[in-house]
Design a protein around this ligand. Sequence first.
Ligand SMILES: C[S@@+](CC[C@H](N)C(=O)[O-])C[C@H]1O[C@@H](n2cnc3c(N)ncnc32)[C@H](O)[C@@H]1O
Length: 227
Amino acid sequence: MNHFQQIYATEAATYHRLVAAEDTRGELAAELSRVAAAATSIVDIGTGTGRIAIPLCQAGMKVHGIDAAPAMLKVAAEQLDSCDGDWKLSVGDARDLPVSDGWGDVAIAGWVYGHFTEWWPETWQAELDQALAEMDRVVRSGGVEVVIDTLGTATTEPAAPTPGLAAYHDRLEAMGFARTVLRTDYRFDSVAESIELLDWFFGLGEWGRQHNEALVPEFTGWWERTR
Ligand SMILES: C[S@@+](CC[C@H](N)C(=O)[O-])C[C@H]1O[C@@H](n2cnc3c(N)ncnc32)[C@H](O)[C@@H]1O
């Protein structure tokens, strides 16, 4: 199990604490609201602890979240419990979604497929193509497909953090996804929390110690295409 798989298997609550501090400018939230305004059902692929599913459920969308890690879904279920809307969570794989053909008006995969480049360095292109084919299958004709992924944390310019991620972004764009750059800075409760969580997830504690900031710059890519 690698660093991130270990986190998703055993430290879901801390992951949720990290992402709760993200998007202090509300740019990601605005994109989610835009998508929600024109849709009623969403497949949230790699839903994690529900950071995308929760606002979309609260906006009245029917949400089906799927994730490979049961511990992440347990936290998502606790969070979604207070949403009166129609939501469902399933353990499953992004490359073989437990969703019927054309069920969703929208599918979103947030910070999921990028892991393939690290977890399967030899075959990630084929795994990504399979996941995108599954995304295509579960979205109705004319629906919206969104991939969200990192363009860098604790950095001043948006850029893929690794050559593997750059190749993944290129592949998305070759497949018709158009990129929008979002600013998704973190605002932690304290400098100490910033250092703790940056170190824990990204190994960026040194940045936190040098900058002594509770506000941490971050860029995120939003890739979108119409099915
Ligand atoms: C960085 S988290 C993102 C979670 C959530 N989308 C968010 O925005 O916070 C990545 C999630 O993708 C899930 N994941 C990774 N590979 C997966 C796969 N092949 N199928 C389903 N889930 C996967 C992990 O278990 C983890 O919960």
